[in-house]
Write a new protein. Sequence first.
Length: 93
Amino acid sequence: VVTRIETYGAFVALDPPSDGDGNSNHRRYQFKGLVHVSALRPPEEGRVEHPSEIVKVDERVTVLVLEIIPPDGGGGMFKIRLSLAAIDPATDK
């Protein structure tokens, strides 16, 4: 679900992992990642001037996790890089 839109991209809350029966193993954690403006649609479809052209806050989207970047030093947060452009709209995969 898109939680926030900035000029440089859209922040997306990720569904927590489940045990296969739809039961979340991580209910108390919310994982969020960033879809950079360049990863909102394939390059051949043209440049995105602002993320709001593609997504809206509270919109449910399917994204691909590109990278999980560990925090620098101690106590920081992981950064999660996401892509919407890498998902085939016909299959949502």
